[in-house]
Write a protein that binds this ligand. Structure first.
Ligand SMILES: O=C(O)C(=O)C[C@]1(C(=O)O)C=C[C@@H](O)C=C1
Length: 284
């Protein structure tokens, strides 16, 4: 099986893919939309992309591309701990404090805001498509006075020196990744364990009706369907127009979830099933 992931090699997404698909052929793509397009076009059978981080919240490009650009179901999820380290080219390891620019993925930079603000106030931060792309860039440009932020695997892969470990602002730093595919996937869990199942729905409320969100929530509440996440994103059709992504902590059944979905449609909501899938967590 071919599985796409946000690359290049050694991103956090690569670490997550190794845990769920150790034996698959893993293909890196430069951006999250490229990963999803590869699934649409049948270049890979599945792709794994980041969707939410404890410190920085949702990865909006993942949600938006999934909702607006491709029609692919979520087939699984894995949560992985995130440890961010500061790394430089080995030539620069003794003078790393003179770095003028820090490169990384915007989420990684945001996760280290406190460190950057207090210890390197005013340092220029440049976004890259992933943490590993930042490290690769530093490897390719040894003359730059620059550092990157990423994981240990990245430092090893691109021959960089870690000069400061664990610079993320809070210890409890995790990222959720989702697996998208047109097919049912056979997982090969390695160093991760199955936690349970989830069902994700997209719900668009009828325009401007008082109590509409309350009605939506009550369709789940009286059925005792436990919501583990509710998030709003713009529909991109006009200011103030939003839809909701709702995660329920159970597998799609024949009665309760379909019942809630029909009830929501009856009150004028648009409802779409985004997926019903197992979720895994790192075993360590
Ligand atoms: O750049 C990477 O290494 C990624 O896998 C992307 C990503 C993200 O999009 O949030 C994944 C985990 C970390 O939270 C930081 C970056």
């Amino acid at each position: 099986m071919k599985v796409g992931y946000l690359g290049p090699k050694a991103t956090f997404t690569n670490i997550a893919v190794n845990k769920l698909f150790p034996d698959a052929e893993k293909l890196p793509f430069m951006t999250i939309p490229n990963c999803m397009d590869a699934v649409m076009q049948g270049e890979v059978e599945a792709a794994l992309v980041p969707v939410e981080n404890t410190l920085e919240g949702s990865v909006n490009i993942t949600l938006d591309y999934l909702i607006h650009e491709v029609d692919l179901p979520i087939k699984g999820e894995i949560t992985v701990p995130i440890k961010q380290h500061l790394m430089v080219h080995p030539n620069f390891k003794d003078s790393w404090k003179e770095a003028e620019t820090v490169y990384s993925h915007s989420h990684a930079i945001a996760q280290c805001h406190r460190f950057l603000h207090t210890e390197w106030n005013g340092i220029r931060c440049e976004n890259t498509t992933s943490t590993a792309r930042a490290a690769q860039f530093i490897k390719e440009n040894p003359e730059l006075k620059a550092a990157s932020i990423g994981n240990e695997l990245t430092a090893n892969e691109y021959g960089l020196e870690i000069v400061k470990r664990n610079i993320h602002d809070f210890d409890n730093n995790h990222t959720r990744f989702i697996i998208i595919s047109k097919n049912n996937i056979a997982y090969q869990p390695n160093e991760c364990k199955l936690v349970g199942h989830k069902t994700s729905l997209m719900v668009t409320l009828p325009a401007d009706e008082s109590g509409a969100l309350h009605q939506v929530l009550s369709a789940f509440a009286w059925r005792k369907l436990n919501l583990v996440k509710i998030e709003s994103r713009p529909t991109k059709t006009g200011l103030g127009n939003y839809f909701f992504i709702i995660d329920i902590d159970r597998e799609l059944d024949d009665v309760l979830i379909p019942g809630a979905m029909s009830e929501l449609e009856a009150i004028g909501c648009e409802v779409k099933l985004l997926g019903s899938y197992p979720f895994y967590t790192d075993a360590k």
